[in-house]
Design a protein around this ligand. Structure first.
Ligand code: FAD
Length: 380
């Protein structure tokens, strides 16, 4: 089916992203996978190419567009290239809205130019060893000490954790307040008492630096509070829809890409004297996956357009997230099977897509949590 949601401008932007991937990312990717981290230089290259801060106002060096379809293009192309290590989506679409939507003018002047140039890599730190799905379990505290916040606690599984120069930390500012006692505190590189732990050894997305962060009596300036004091929960709920849509966009793009390479493979690979594609079972496998992808694509594209128009709600974002990522997981497993033993070899794209994609049903809210959100909205 012909996709209807993009204009010539989006197509031109897609070409720019492809050129950037070919020139600045793919030649180095194997090395970054070995290193467990991408280079700082590629972030600056992304900044020069105009791929950072798409939604940031132009006066701060951003793209000045609220059209989410540009972000969708970026997510699709990075997924097709299987290059999740350079987490531009996290920076632009997950951390970005907190800075553009909540920062004061003074904070914007301080943080946004570096955000757009690639000098300032960002992260968001919600998860703790004892609090993932249930953010009410957060134990990191930010005590009001008059002229500063005193931050104590630890975070884990933080994407961009090693490279990040600016981390939006969710911390308790009113200990007895539960979800209504959380605030967003921005911690900058070099703050005394802010330490990074291990670059975690994951089963996939090896070049994405996912790390533990520790805060020991970190004195954070008062002016680094982002948004309302005790207002983090509302801020998180507002922005999580975009985070979940971005993961869904990557999910369906990954499934389509896997299907494409597997369709090619079964036409070329022979068994019992003819191509695998001549076997009815193989044709049914491909037919079923193609149908599921086409149906999912229609729904996710509709969500992308709704979000660009400002109308995507948390429930539909949750539907898109769990459905598209569970589809990605099923398709990755079936495509690997259709590659036989070669599918288990790390040098085959299907193998890396299988391990890189496995996290998709977990981060940004697990499939189970997505179903809770949807179920609660229907049965309240
Ligand atoms: C590679 C990677 C990158 C990440 N990046 C970030 C990041 O940048 N910033 C950040 O803050 N976090 C990040 N995370 C953390 C991620 O968001 C959490 O791992 C995720 O939300 C799940 O939390 P948990 O791991 O504590 O699992 P738990 O909450 O302990 O869940 C364990 C299992 O129980 C299920 N479960 C929990 N509650 C319920 C319920 N009410 N009903 C039914 N089932 C339930 C879950 O679905 C899951 O299957 C990242 C994680 C990984 C692995």
């Amino acid at each position: 089916m012909q996709r209807q949601i993009f204009t010539e401008e989006h197509d031109a932007f897609r070409e720019t992203v492809r050129t950037f991937l070919d020139k600045e990312v793919l030649p180095h990717y194997e090395q970054w996978e070995k290193d467990g981290i991408v280079s700082r230089e590629v972030w600056r290259a992304a900044g020069r190419q105009g791929l950072l801060g798409l939604a940031v106002p132009e006066e701060y060096g951003g793209g000045g567009t609220t059209d989410y379809r540009y972000s969708a293009v970026l997510a699709e192309e990075f997924t097709r290239a299987d290059a999740p290590g350079l987490a531009l989506g996290l920076h632009n679409d997950i951390v970005g809205p907190y800075l553009t939507g909540l920062a004061t003018d003074e904070q914007k002047r301080r943080w946004l130019p570096g955000f757009c140039s690639g000098e300032t890599v960002t992260a968001i730190a919600m998860t703790e060893p004892g609090a993932g799905s249930d953010l009410q379990g957060i134990r990191t505290t930010a005590e009001d000490k008059g002229d500063h916040w005193l931050l104590n606690g630890s975070k884990t599984f933080i994407s961009n954790g090693i490279l990040a120069d600016l981390v939006v930390v969710v911390a308790k500012t009113t200990p007895e307040g539960g979800a209504k006692g959380l605030s967003l505190i921005v911690v900058e590189r070099g703050a005394e008492g802010f330490e990074r732990g291990r670059n975690l050894d994951k089963i996939g997305q090896k070049s994405q630096d996912t790390a533990e962060l520790f805060f020991n009596d970190v004195r954070v300036p008062k002016e680094n509070l982002l948004g309302e004091r005790d207002g983090a929960f509302i801020h998180l709920m507002t922005n999580l829809a975009q985070e979940r849509l971005g993961i869904a966009v990557a999910g369906i793009a990954a499934a389509e890409h896997l299907l494409e390479i597997t369709t090619r493979y079964v036409k070329e690979r022979e068994a019992f004297g003819r191509p695998l594609s001549k076997l009815q079972h193989i044709r049914f496998e491909i037919a079923e996956m193609a149908t599921e992808c086409a149906v999912t694509r229609t729904f996710v594209d509709r969500c992308v357009v709704d979000h660009s128009d400002g109308g995507l709600d948390a429930v539909h974002a949750s539907m898109a997230k769990w459905w598209a990522t569970e589809l990605q997981k099923r398709v990755a497993d079936r495509c690997l099977q259709l590659h036989g033993g070669y599918g288990y070899m790390a040098e085959y794209p299907v193998a890396r897509a299988f391990t890189d994609g496995r996290i998709q049903t977990i981060y940004g809210g697990t499939t189970e949590i997505m179903k809770e959100i949807i179920g609660r909205s229907l049965l309240a």
